[in-house]
Design a binder for this molecule. Sequence first.
Ligand code: PHE
Length: 345
Amino acid sequence: MQEKIKEITQQVADYQIDNKEQLEAFRIAYVGRKSVIGELFDGLKEVAQEDRRAVGQELNALKNAAQAKFDEFQTLMEATADKSVAVEFDLTLPVIPNTLGSVHPLTVVRARIIEIFEKMGFSLSDGPEIESDFYNFTALNFAENHPAREMQDTFFIEKKGGEVADDILLRTHTSNVQVRLMQNQKPPLRAIMPGRVYRNEAISARAHCLFHQVEGLYVDKNVGFKDLKDTLFHFAKEMFGQDTKVRYRPSYFPFTEPSAEIDITCLICKGKGCNVCKYSGWVEIAGSGMVDPNVLELCGIDSKEYTGFAFGMGIERITMLKYGIKDLRLFTENDVRFLRQFDGV
Ligand code: PHE
């Protein structure tokens, strides 16, 4: 009998209880009248009279130990009822790997644009996003009532008290940095200006109130239209591949004369015509032109001595063309299913 008590005491101590099922199995085996311990109590009457007291004490100790263990685990299970995982935690499982974020496609393309122009000797310039009318429009040769001001759909800034200031605005293009650069530095100037710009547009697959541009400016003696063409030709080939064809289409910007829009062969249909290029085979990637002499003068540069070219492109547009993205809104929605596709780009 004493041997048996020892053995069962050991079993009770070793019994592993990790979940409710095991706790129940433990209860059936060791707690209550029908358990092995209950059976031992039944057998007590067969123990010799003189030993009965001592054996009875040992048996009681075993019964109490089993009950205590049961109570302890029952309380524990109740406390972790909703968090049964904690109890069932399996240390032998492989670890869940840390997931790393990916670089935003606009950041990838922005870096690539900068890299291409830096290799051609352009430096980086930056300027404010909250801008005065002068830097965003006036110094860029936009006349007071010029329709191009409306073309830009500008957000004006509210002053304290809710009054809208008509001279403080969110810049509609990065051309404001051109003006600041020309005012602050003497030619030769050769810089690109990446940054965020704002326009009061309804958000759709093709338009957004917030997007990014990279503007470029080169002012020196004898800068000609050929330099502009060569620079953007080289850029298009580096960015989109050596087979890319480039064309210059006459256009209008108040701050450049002559002005041209730059198209490349549609990357989706390779020039055959599709709905992205509206069946023309060409897609626009940038606006450009020779800096209007008025702008040079307004910025304190002698237009008889110096000439320059400027260009501006939308980073979203370049990214959409490069990766075949059809909806502008994807860039700002932060849907990881979209972003993860650019892992390792
Ligand atoms: N600022 C023009 C725009 O936002 C782009 C541009 C820049 C055109 C420089 C010509 C020269 O559309």
